[in-house]
Design a protein around this ligand. Sequence first.
Ligand code: ATP
Ligand code: MG
Length: 419
Amino acid sequence: METKAIRGFNDVLPDEIGKWQFVEKTAREVFEGFGFSEIRIPILEKTELFTRGIGEATDIVEKEMYTFTDRSGNSLTLRPEATASMARAYLEHQMYAFDPVAKLYCMGPMFRYERPQKGRYRQFNQIDAEVFGVGNPMVDAEVIIMLIHFLEGVGMGNLELQLNSLGCRECRPRYREELKKFFAGKSAQLCEDCQRRLQTNPLRIFDCKVETCKEAIADAPRVIDFICPECQKHFDQVKEYLAMAGLTYVLNPRMVRGLDYYTRTAFEVVSYSLGAQNAVTGGGRYDNLFQEIGGLDIPGIGFAIGVERLISLLPKEKEFIQVPHLFVAALGEEGYREAYKLVNQLHLQGIRAELDYEGKSLKSQMRRADKLKVRYTLILGENELRQGRVVLRNMEDKSQEEVPIDGLSLLLRSKLLGH
Ligand code: ATP
Ligand code: MG
């Protein structure tokens, strides 16, 4: 029986990989330009890191984690997100001892047990960037500027930055009470999950996708009206710094990120370039996370971009597929020997040359060259070779010229690589 991949776990095939590499390369360039360093963290962590770091009353911890017991009886979990692990690494290696400010990014697969559907998988990829150790609103703006710069860099258009403030430990409890009061009379209208959320984490009702819940929250009190003067000042400064950088934003008082540890600034970037509204990424400040995972009182802010969703929104006209530069067609034993030598030389110079391995006829080699969409084919015939020459065929306009083998790689470099 043929074995297939697990549902919700995808292969990324060679004809799609160009987009992935482009997105990852752009992220590295942009983030490193902003002074961020890459960090690589394990895919498995102790379960308690996530239950404490993400919060018991969240969708992720309640029902989406891949948790299992290993052979020694430890409860381990495949990481559902990267922030908690990055914070753990920062504490574990005392990165703050060198400099309290750490600007880190990481990319890789995350795992959530969700119902697989378009844009929602069980293994999916995120690009994460985090700043640990700074509470100053200047950094909130910097992180957002970097995110927008990255999204524009990969070709996303019509971006809308949505902002909100979620308050802090001081002011949020009052808001939660207010929300509970508001929903108390409406609880019949809420779905089963939200009735439970009303007790455990009423802010999460804002994230619910059930129609009746959406209606119920339409005129719920807004967190922004309850934040304390400190949080208000912080939020005003974030907005001022964004304006100084020329960024426009819209306030979205209903954007309430579900994780317990979020404080103050919350943001999402939406792209309208494909007509429908598409949330590609979100992030925010989490000044309580470090204490939740048993660490020092260290502020943090960051974002996570869903790579599959981002890639599905990339402009279609961009060409990502990497075709070989050149096909080398050979005739006769001597032709094949020369072709082998030449192809190896060209590879060392970064020219993607492809050849036939099976002694096929010239006609069938040319058919393959056509299929591979190379721009040029080199034909090594025994007669021409004896005179120290080969035939170079331009596959677009079908013109052919005889060129000397001497100096061939120089000629090919300038034709194919432009240098
Ligand atoms: P959603 O409301 O869509 O479930 P989320 O709030 O769970 O999103 P985050 O935890 O903020 O998402 O993750 C950041 C990004 O990761 C999302 O904006 C999305 O692009 C992507 N993402 C989250 N879960 C999945 C998934 N199961 N499959 C693919 N991408 C995902
Ligand atoms: Mg989710």
